[in-house]
Design a protein around this ligand. Structure first.
Ligand code: CA
Length: 229
């Protein structure tokens, strides 16, 4: 099982840039993994889904743009946040990148601080459950930094899977998720778990939440949602 740390995949063939970017990402508290061409990037995606991809435009085997199109046309990956790293500062190239589905682009040479700021902004926009802020609903407060949950200020015992599930629900309140969506979003896409397992964890989560258990609603024949109503 992958760690909860935000993993960023760097697809870049220039060693100096890989080194600089990896260093900056680690400084920011993220997990950085680098591959140096499109084939290796695709290979990585078959095994693990990163939270964000930094994608160079010019790569030795194919263009980053080709990989971008491939990711965007794939049902499993099309929502992945992607920032293009490009030496091409020409306007039409930027437009091409955005047309192919890049969420943002950074033109080389770039400052590590700017890159980090852009990653943060994109993660906030696309993956709200990756926030560092306290998340609350009713009497329940989840602290993503200390990985703890309190009920009216009193810390409760909660399992790892239930914590992740609660965090996801808190980031997406008043939205119904099917069991398979929850498996995808909470457990990660390459994990083989039966959908029934979701019910078990929802049951445990409700138990952990004690008097606040009715925050987690069952939506018949659809799935589950968190709602204060
Ligand atoms: Ca390159």
């Amino acid at each position: 099982m992958s760690s909860d740390k935000t993993t960023i995949l760097i697809v870049e063939d220039e060693p100096a840039i890989v080194e600089l970017v990896s260093f900056s990402l680690k400084e920011a508290g993220w997990n950085a993994v680098a591959v140096h061409n499109v084939a290796d990037a695709w290979d990585f995606l078959q095994r693990r889904t990163p939270h964000l991809i930094l994608l160079d435009w010019m790569l030795p085997d194919q263009t980053g743009l080709r990989l971008l199109s491939r990711i965007r046309s794939d049902r499993q990956f099309n929502g992945l946040p992607i920032i293009m790293l490009t030496a091409k500062s020409m306007e039409e190239d930027k437009i091409a990148g955005l047309d192919h589905g890049a969420d943002d682009y950074v033109t080389k040479p770039f400052s590590p601080r700017e890159l980090t700021a852009r990653i943060k902004a994109l993660l906030r926009r696309k993956l709200p459950e990756h926030t560092q802020n306290l998340m609350t609903a009713g009497v329940v407060t989840l602290d993503p930094v200390s990985c703890s949950v309190t009920l009216e200020g009193h810390k409760i015992e909660i399992g790892h899977a239930e914590f992740k599930l609660l965090k996801f629900f808190l980031a997406n309140p008043d939205r119904v998720f099917s069991r398979s969506q929850l498996l995808d979003k909470v457990w990660g896409d390459h994990v083989v778990i039966e959908e029934r397992t979701v019910d078990v964890h929802v049951l445990r989560l409700r138990k952990a939440l004690k008097e606040a258990e009715n925050l987690i609603k069952t939506v018949r024949s659809v799935g589950y949602m968190l709602s204060e109503k």
